[in-house]
Design a protein around this ligand. Structure first.
Ligand code: GDP
Ligand code: IMO
Ligand code: MG
Length: 424
């Protein structure tokens, strides 16, 4: 069963893109399983930066197949631009190696408009990429799927979807109505570009390959604490971001899952609204933001920053069944005399290490203070190269959460990594 699922184990932006690319080298296929263009996955190879939103982060390895699974919501216009960008950067995006599940949901321009209109009335801090409205149409059985682009019923289905939205736009949000004919024409035009990429039997292919012991990597977007069911609702995204979503969203049989790799930052960040117990609204938080270049890869918004939260990380290990962790951005902590880690919360006067997703609880983080290494670790390539204090920081986390940290990341480039290079 050589399959592995990679998930974000905090609030997103943990460095999933870097490590999907890092592990994709010896991988037959990389499958993006949920989310949409709300994601921003940054890959840096030989100093060159590529930010992917929808294309799986295995795309830089030409022998690796890249699939977009049924659980993803796809903005075709955004995806086309991204495909052209990847091609222009010298990588193949040929239909022989890049496929899109027919069952994936389409994000249409009016989903973005609805997302933005709702944000202006009731602020959650979404990426305004139309993610919530698109998943909601999927659940109400009105959404257009990728395969509908090639169906004679496209116009009829678009009408059903858009007419109801027009009523909402006109009467509730006071925004321009959808021009259904114009949108239909745009979809028909772009359908030809996408026709060669359609895959109708992705779950068949994935399960067959898994049985044949091909190496398959499932790439999650966002992070565990943004999960629609297990995150801090309503301050979440609209898909399931945890490991089980890889099966749900692609049709992979659960018994084929071999490993679950959690990507965790050595501290925490969050974009948008919602609870963040270890947030530092002071010069320490600003220092983390500056050192970690913590600005959104999709929206450019400054990320909220704080110390590592082990209560939240243990929760993430538990709900994902994480078998090992990759600890990223350790180098961002290079210039601290001391570093704090949250080991417990105090809630209503009681100490606990049980994470609660209730966004209304008043949580006071309890910290353990560790000695910093206060030196540059970016050139370290083996665990033994790290200063003792940095190794102790890593070992402390391992002990507390109870799973091994197999890889440590000490810079954004693919090569700035310590530890195992293959998952299979
Ligand atoms: P993702 O959404 O989980 O793929 O993460 P993002 O790409 O949104 O954000 C992670 C950011 O951290 C990107 O700018 C990466 O280039 C950068 N990054 C990843 N690993 C490291 C690391 O170990 N050190 C530093 N300094 N930057 C890193
Ligand atoms: P990657 O894959 C960080 C956050 C938004 C907002 C909430 C809901 O790069 O880790 P949405 O647009 O999904 O309806 O917004 O979720 N969010 C992310 N935060 N990284 C992401 O993706 C995110 N995708 C969504 O900021 O708080
Ligand atoms: Mg990101």
């Amino acid at each position: 069963m050589p399959t592995a699922i990679i998930v974000g184990s905090q609030w997103g932006d943990e460095g999933k893109g870097k490590f999907v690319d890092y592990f994709a080298k010896n991988t037959d296929a990389v499958v993006r399983f949920q989310g949409g263009a709300n994601a921003g996955h940054t890959l840096i190879v030989n100093g060159k930066k590529i930010v992917l939103h929808l294309i799986p982060s295995g795309i830089l390895h030409d022998k690796t197949q890249c699939f977009i699974g049924s659980g993803v919501v796809i903005d075709l216009f955004e995806l086309k631009n991204e495909m052209e960008m990847v091609k222009a950067a010298g990588y193949s995006i040929a239909p022989e190696r890049f496929k899109i599940a027919g069952q994936a949901t389409l994000v249409l321009p009016f989903h973005r408009e609805l997302d933005a209109a709702r944000e202006s009335k009731h602020h959650l801090g979404t990426t305004k990429r139309g993610i919530g409205p698109a998943y909601e149409d999927r659940a109400s059985r009105r959404a257009l799927l990728f395969q509908d682009l090639f169906s004679p019923q496209l116009k009829e289905r678009l009408q059903l979807l858009a007419e109801e939205k027009n009523s909402l736009f006109e009467h509730l949000y006071n925004i321009p109505k959808i021009n259904i004919d114009a949108l239909y024409k745009k979809l028909i035009d772009i359908a030809e570009y996408f026709r060669p990429y359609l895959m109708e039997n992705m779950s068949y292919v994935l399960n067959t390959w898994a049985k044949e012991k091909k190496n398959i990597l499932f790439e999650g977007a966002q992070g565990t604490l943004l999960d629609i069911m297990h995150g801090s609702y309503p301050f979440v995204t609209s898909s399931s971001t945890i490991s089980t979503s890889a099966c749900l969203s692609t049709g992979l049989a659960p018994q084929q899952v071999n490993k679950v790799i959690g990507i965790a930052k050595a501290y925490c960040t969050r974009v948008g609204e919602g609870p963040f117990p270890t947030e530092l609204k002071n010069e320490v938080g600003e220092h983390l933001r500056k050192e970690g270049a913590e600005f959104g890869a999709t929206t450019g918004r400054p990320r909220r920053c704080g110390w590592l939260d082990l209560v939240a990380l243990k929760y993430s290990v538990r709900v994902n069944g994480i078998t090992s962790l990759v600890l990223t951005k350790l180098d961002v902590l290079n210039s601290f005399e001391t570093i704090k880690i949250c080991t417990h919360y105090k809630i209503n006067g009681q100490e606990t290490d049980a994470f609660s997703t209730s966004s209304s609880l008043m949580v006071e983080p309890i910290y353990k203070e560790l000695k910093g290494w206060n030196s540059r670790i970016n050139d370290c390539r083996k665990m033994d190269d790290l200063p003792r204090e940095a190794r102790e920081y890593v070992q402390f986390i391992e002990r507390e959460v109870g799973v091994p940290i197999d890889v440590v990341s000490v810079g954004p480039d693919r090569v700035e990594s310590i530890g195992m290079t293959s998952l299979f």
